[in-house]
Design a protein around this ligand. Structure first.
Ligand code: GH3
Ligand code: MG
Ligand code: MG
Length: 310
């Protein structure tokens, strides 16, 4: 019975005798695919993305070095463990093979149990590579996510926005930055406690998310400050969306300590459009200036920065 390896082992050898010997030893435990030539090995590699490749050092059309190099330069995301097979213990080819990217080698004629043991080591290595890749992915996600709300954090927004801003300049679509800040939020914390404050932050996050397109981004950049970016929107539409968000929060009733509470937020908007766009930080600064002007004018409102390049 095959063990549950999702990816097969690719065995590349021009000798039918060695292919048969490999099959006898490995097929009870592993799923195998066979290549008779170097060219076939390269093709099967890209078709099947094998986790482990056992490759004969000398084949008529390609050398083991070429195949190792090919595999290393065409890796499809996951690590491929390569074992080379050399006819005798030719130290030179072993060294060259390891240099070209092989992980291990076996000398022909091989010992069945040694082959099995080395393949086992290979899969152990592959398992470790997969664990590291999964952890890296998770860490990357965590590094870009605000833990309280699950929204993208400042770094994630900046990364995304900088790329989008280049596209906006090139394809001339509009780019809007919305800065939002909850009003008198310190009072919410002071009166009802930090947990109540956190509930408000989470609810506001949901409102932001529900009112932005999946092609846009909204995130929490710190404390009770949020930043969103809308693209492909007219001034009117951008204003409409933000007004809808403002109203949705205002209409939400929170119940803390048996008391009804309404929370509001203030918004600043800044938009650009055209072939020459200012850096992202500059647009954020303009949105912030509009936000603070709106705070001064009474809070719970939306103000738009004077347009420059639109
Ligand atoms: P303004 O209307 O001028 O914006 O007043 P404000 O009270 O909202 O602004 P201020 O910046 O003085 O206070 C922000 C408060 O946000 C202070 C802090 O208690 C609270 N805060 C920041 N981060 C968090 C958090 O993660 N959770 C909770 N519950 N509160 C937070
Ligand atoms: Mg505030
Ligand atoms: Mg603040």
């Amino acid at each position: 019975m095959h063990t549950d390896h999702p990816h097969p082992i690719l065995v590349a050898d021009d000798s039918s005798v060695f292919r048969k010997l490999m099959e006898i030893t490995l097929s009870p435990q592993y799923r195998l695919i066979f290549a008779k030539t170097g060219q076939e090995a390269v093709e099967l590699f890209s078709q099947h993305a094998p986790a482990l490749v056992i490759v004969d050092w000398i084949m008529p059309d390609r050398t083991g070095i070429e195949i190792c190099k090919h595999i290393r330069s065409h890796s499809q995301g996951s690590y491929t463990y390569i074992i080379i097979l050399t006819a005798k213990a030719e130290k030179d080819s072993v060294v060259a093979g390891l240099r070209a990217g092989a992980d291990d080698y076996l000398t022909k004629p091989f010992h069945n149990d040694e082959l099995l043991a080395r393949v086992g080591v290979g899969f152990r290595n592959i398992g470790l590579h997969q664990e590291i890749a999964a952890k890296n992915l998770l860490l990357e996600e965590l590094a870009l996510t605000d833990a309280l709300t699950g929204l993208p954090n400042r770094r994630a927004i900046e990364d995304w926005a900088k790329r989008q801003l280049c596209a906006a300049a090139r394809y001339r679509f509009s780019f809007w930055v919305v800065a939002a800040d909850l009003d008198h939020f310190k009072t919410v914390n002071d009166t009802y406690g930090h947990e109540a404050g956190d509930t408000v932050l989470k609810t506001f996050s949901q409102i932001l998310k529900a009112n932005s397109r999946s092609s846009d981004i909204c995130g929490r950049i710190g404390g009770e400050e949020f930043l969103s970016v809308f693209t492909h929107a007219s001034k009117q539409n951008a204003q409409l969306v933000v007004e809808r968000i403002r109203a949705a929060l205002e209409e939400t009733r929170f119940v803390f300590d048996g008391r009804n509470l309404a929370v509001t937020a203030t918004f600043g908007l800044a938009g650009v459009e055209g072939p020459n766009l200012p850096p992202f930080g500059e647009i954020v600064a303009r949105a912030d200036a509009a936000l603070y002007s709106a705070k001064r004018h009474g809070r719970n409102r939306v103000e738009i920065a004077d347009s420059e390049s639109s």
